[in-house]
Design a protein around this ligand. Sequence first.
Ligand code: SAH
Length: 479
Amino acid sequence: MQLYPLFADLSNRPALVVGGGDVAARKASMLLRAGARVTVGAPVLGPELRELLQQGRITYRACAYQSEWLDGMWLTIAATRSRRLNARIAADGHARQRLVNVVDDPALSSFQVPAVIDRSPLLVAISSSGTAPVLARRLRERIESLLDPALGPLLQLAQRYRARIRARHADLGARRRFYDWLHDGPVSALLRAAHPMRAEQQLVAALADREPPRGSGSVALVGAGPGDPGLLTLRALRALNEADVILHDELISPQILELARRDALQLAVGKRGGGTHTPQEAIHALLLEHAQAGRRVVRLKGGDPFVFGRGGEELAFLREHGIAYEVIPGITAALACAAHGGVPLTHRDHAHSVRLVTAHCQHSLDTLDWVELARERQTLAVYMGVGKLEELTGKLLAHGRPSDTPFALIENGSLPGQRTLVGTLGDLPKLARHHAVCAPALLILGEVADFAPALHWYGELLGPTPPHSGISNALADAA
Ligand code: SAH
């Protein structure tokens, strides 16, 4: 070990920062957060430090550095621009046996400040012993994204009840089980769901019980986005990391499942046309079985769980059976395909609304309000429509949407094999057949689709640039 790791209690203890610039200001703020009594020494102060001085939060020595400043200081941070001066401060510290950190100079420092993830009272500190600060920073980002922000409040709550928890569960094993329950069970779920009072009530109720509470299962309904793991949310990633069981749709990419906890049970419950088919009731039964066995279940769905994902039905079922749940949204196909196809869905000059429509089956086609859908200056994002392009086009034309309305049909949106087919409504079925567009594909129809030829940036672009293409011509002229 090159360094001895430690967490210093600086509350109400004097600490010194030498330097008046923004680096010194950052260091002073960090010390203030830890409750230190901060003295800053420098001939002049930058704006941030001036503000701290005006707020009365720091003591200021307005002159050139003097060795005596170090006397009585628990630790010192040298943040001046002069290496010579920094070296002198370090030498003074050494002579006085005081800890000195010289910013970005491990060779001169007798202590180093780690990269920190702050979920107070939990602190995670990372050090590469000064050899690889970039790596330390990257690790910090990774861990930062893995630790739920609700962890801080949970630990604060646990801290307040620590003595009572200890008194209630004197036996170490029982106490450990209680803390497991605290971390995995309803208290932490309630904190994540922004119900701090109810979380505390749960804890109090559990402490009143004789037995340590048994682990209770829960379900997180998680949107996985369109397939690219980069488009997962941090919360989705955390849920995947904590899951005991993952029930996922067929469309979920292997790269996303790779991110899940290694020993999680993964079950494909796809409902793709052809192939295996898991009826909705069977999915409900699986959710119930695993949650009632005390497991943390992730129900992972493509895109967003509430957009043509039957998420509502699953929640209603869970509620009926008293299973705790939470919902983590995902990037729905319409948003992902628009972004990766260069279609600003509600460009203010060309559309005042966007509609998410499904053309899944004849039934849904018959019940759609075609008069409404055929109106101009609105964008349609049609899900599950590849098999129904002929009927869809026919209905829209019959209800008056002009045949030169531009479209972008995006296959495998945001995935490496993305293809974007552009054209006008009149040619849609013919072009889609010609290029053999397959599911999953999303149709964006409306004036804004005219941006796709010019703004498209991801994957392959197919199809003719329509000759009338006013928007894309204007953009091309401007370029
Ligand atoms: N809940 C999902 C939609 C499920 S319905 C969501 O919010 O995105 C399935 C339909 O979504 C597919 O038929 C297709 O129209 C669309 N879709 C899903 N992923 C897609 C992708 N990567 N590219 C294009 N369309 C996609």
